[in-house]
Write a protein that binds this ligand. Structure first.
Ligand SMILES: NC(=O)c1ccc[n+]([C@@H]2O[C@H](COP(=O)([O-])OP(=O)(O)OC[C@H]3O[C@@H](n4cnc5c(N)ncnc54)[C@H](O)[C@@H]3O)[C@@H](O)[C@H]2O)c1
Length: 252
């Protein structure tokens, strides 16, 4: 039995992960952490300030974190202090926050950290990399759309797309939307849409003379991220104490 705790327990993703863990015969939900009060499938949800006591008392094998960047950094540090493996899906980290996470994790606990836990998006990133290798001289535009409540922009998944493009074609200027008299040069256009209950759409357009190729992914239900995160929970237990990505989990 793998004991699992969820931070961000009362959020959209926390609820989805709680449900899957609760239903899985090989996983036990030991409780949740949130800044709000509530319960997660009849387990206790404790305030974020009490995370150390909670981890010492419940002794989960894995803490799954889907919160907000500043909170996730503190939760990762607490898990690392208490020898609890991590699955982190929170997005919007600054480079400094990433370094704090790396420092807390490396040599202490295994941690799968990914801006997107869906299998499809991990394949989509591979396809984007392959296309960029061949089409680096095409004009490139990145588009993403999410629900009206999403806090960070561009999405973590879109930032990963930009990192892949930088790695394959060199670091190009990014144009975050365009307005007024603009002349296209070598920049990568980045376009963010927020509305309604869109779960998560991403597309990369490569436009050349006489042709365009567009690679896109659409998530219909956030259960797809929760399923991937639970797959990472099962995988991370017993791994060497360092940072991993979903690509490691999937072996791709
Ligand atoms: N990696 C992925 O596959 C993936 C998929 C979807 C969402 N996300 C990311 O996951 C995060 C959460 O998304 P969401 O839609 O569930 O958001 P949400 O706002 O519905 O949920 C976040 C929850 O975290 C709680 N919280 C805030 N501070 C906390 C703290 N210090 N400790 C514990 N809990 C705290 C909030 O009260 C809330 O219940 C976002 O960063 C989002 O971008 C990642």
């Amino acid at each position: 039995m793998i004991k699992v705790a969820v931070s961000g327990a009362l959020g959209r993703m926390g609820a989805n992960i709680g449900r899957l863990v609760n239903e899985a015969p090989d996983l036990t939900l030991v409780g949740g952490i949130d800044v709000r009060e509530g319960t997660l499938f009849e387990t206790e949800v404790v305030p974020a300030a009490k995370i150390d006591e909670f981890l010492k008392e419940k002794r989960p094998d894995v803490l799954v974190d889907f919160t907000v960047a500043a909170a996730a950094v503190e939760n990762v540090r607490a898990a690392a202090r208490n020898g609890v493996a991590l699955v982190v899906g929170t997005t919007g980290f600054s480079p400094e926050q990433r370094e704090v996470i790396r420092g807390a994790v490396e040599g202490n606990v295994p941690a799968v950290i990914s801006s997107n836990f869906s299998v499809g998006v991990n394949i989509f990133w591979k396809l984007v990399r392959e296309a960029a290798r061949e089409l680096g001289d095409y004009d490139i535009e990145v588009t993403e759309a999410h629900h009206r409540h999403k806090k960070d922009a561009p999405s973590g998944t879109a930032k990963t797309i930009l990192d892949i493009l930088d790695e394959e074609i060199g670091n190009r200027e990014k144009a975050y939307g365009r307005v007024g008299m603009t002349e296209r040069k070598n920049e990568i256009g980045v376009h963010v849409i927020r509305g309604g209950d869109i779960v998560g759409d991403h597309a990369v357009l490569f436009a050349g003379n006489f042709e365009c190729i567009e690679i896109s992914h659409r998530a219909y239900d956030r259960a797809v991220f929760a399923q991937g995160a639970v797959r990472a929970v099962r995988w991370v237990v017993g791994k060497e104490p360092r940072m991993y990505t979903m690509q490691d989990v999937l072996g791709i």
